[in-house]
Design a protein around this ligand. Structure first.
Ligand code: NAG
Ligand code: NAG
Length: 140
């Protein structure tokens, strides 16, 4: 009985790992790009008509941001210098809640965990979406 229980456990964990692997392979939030490319980091807010603040940041940047968009324009708040003049919104109207970010001319140093935070008006709560970007040298 003990032996059989162990076998069940092993099969159970293996199928669990396989499922996790399949989820990560099909995860649209994991993006691989080659250096020099322009990359779109997708993010969609659940509600399009009252986005007060949009903040894109990267986990390792501390208090600095990739970009902050507030009151319909880019805010100069603490943008990390490596993103200066290199980012734009896919749709500045943020139509249908599309707050995807375009990052131009990526380098391997841009690899990391990106966070898209949106402050919604009526409900006054933040929404968070996480994107993993991996930049490799061309042809790798
Ligand atoms: C990246 O975007 C810039 C500005 O929109 C454009 O000039 C350039 O050709 C694009 N580069 C690539 C590799 O698509
Ligand atoms: C892209 O970045 C590389 C180095 O990071 C730079 O040499 C090159 O001029 C940049 N290209 C554009 C179109 O800005």
């Amino acid at each position: 009985v003990t032996w059989l229980t162990w076998l069940c456990c092993i099969v159970y964990f293996d199928s669990f790992n396989l499922a996790a692997l399949l989820v990560s392979l099909s995860d649209p939030n994991i993006i691989t790009a080659e250096s020099g490319q322009n990359v779109t980091l997708p993010c969609r807010a659940s509600n399009n008509n009252n986005i007060i603040i949009l903040e894109w940041s990267r986990a390792d940047l501390g208090t600095q941001h990739v970009v902050v968009y507030r009151d319909g324009q880019f805010a100069p708040d603490d943008q990390h210098p490596s993103f200066k003049d290199r980012v734009d919104l896919q749709d500045r109207q943020m139509k249908d809640g599309d707050v995807s970010l375009i990052l131009n001319n990526v380098t391997t140093a841009d690899s990391g965990t990106y966070e898209c935070r949106v402050l919604m008006g009526e409900i006054h709560s933040w929404e968070l979406n996480i994107i993993y970007l991996r930049v490799v040298a061309p042809g790798e």
